[in-house]
Design a protein around this ligand. Sequence first.
Ligand code: ATP
Length: 334
Amino acid sequence: MKEIICLGIEATAHTFGVGIVTNEKKILADVRDMYTTEQGGIIPNEAARHHEQLKEHILEKALEEAKLKIEEIDCIAFSQGPGLPPTLHVGKNFARELALNYNKPLLGVNHLCGHLEEGKFFTAAKDPVYVFVSGANTQIIAYEGGKYRVFGEALSVGLGNALDKFGRAVGLGFPAGPKIEALAKKGKYVAIPYVVKGMDVEFSGIVTHCEQLFKKGVAVEDLCYSLQETGFAMLLEVTERALAHTGKKEALLIGGVAANQRFIEMLQIMCKERGVKAYACPLKYSGDNGVQIAITGLLQFTTKTNMFTTEKEIQQAAIDPTWRIEDVAVPWMH
Ligand code: ATP
């Protein structure tokens, strides 16, 4: 079979990334640039401007890294959603322009699906329960009955954003996750709420409670330790129930919070007790990037899924800012 090369464009939020990957699992390029602000939040139109200004340069660098001309690429994939509409538009317009100018098929990739497929690509996991914990997203997902299904999720703020919110309140700067991890090593447990509702988790009240304890003079190290232990235990309780329900034998940690060594250790302990294999996506690929879009684009190309080929189809390919993972067609999993 001829080697297939996919170029993936990621633009759902702060990162503009171009990844080039082959169906023989070779990563030929991974170039990305992240829009950042001193305060830590994202202003969507500013992020879109950042992407607009850098897109050509990032594409050029990626092609240079891959030692390829764009004519040698077989298909173009782009992150179609979910995400911020202004940044999604930049990625979609750029991908459409390339597909039309160079007569390539275009593939619309779900960003969350990109994270899931990338997690499997870089580990030995085949059909795991996914523990997806990034800044905005916190979901326990598994493939069941022909689809990826969300078994439980954070009801308001995701765990990464909750850690960042606490960090901002106590002056740790952004992103706070790594600093909380370091401080937690010197902390001890203080009682804070543990909020699991059915299969869902809720972090916002816990963060407010920790902020109040901080104002009352409780040591920041103790709060970091308690916040980590509680937040991770809540997620692992839901994960364990998802494993019991589905009977799956693997759990895979993905998203920025997967960088946390204590989280990985707690996952490993729970999995060992259940006779389940624990995996974590490598740090380098836990954040947003073009490689995850290219990996998923290849799966879609080979199964002709959400693929736009005619000029009219490509011109009409639109973004979907609220696209849920349950609504993604994944025929390669059947
Ligand atoms: P999303 O992909 O959901 O839009 P995002 O792109 O902001 O969100 P990621 O880049 O995957 O998310 O992850 C960033 C988050 O990971 C931040 O909230 C950060 O604090 C957290 N994080 C990074 N390192 C650690 C760590 N060592 N411990 C805990 N959290 C961490």
